[in-house]
Design a protein. Sequence first.
Length: 56
Amino acid sequence: ENGVLIITHNTKILENLKADYVHVLVNGKIVKTGDATLAKEIEQNGYEAFKSEAAM
């Protein structure tokens, strides 16, 4: 199998891809992992919630 790693702030890219995993990085650390619905959550609500999770 092949894999591709895409790092972006543009969630619109995922409209044309089937993402198996989405990772949220804050200050170089993974603070949340999920499926493509996580990208939709970020698009709707922004990154602020993840920044506060990283501060914990």
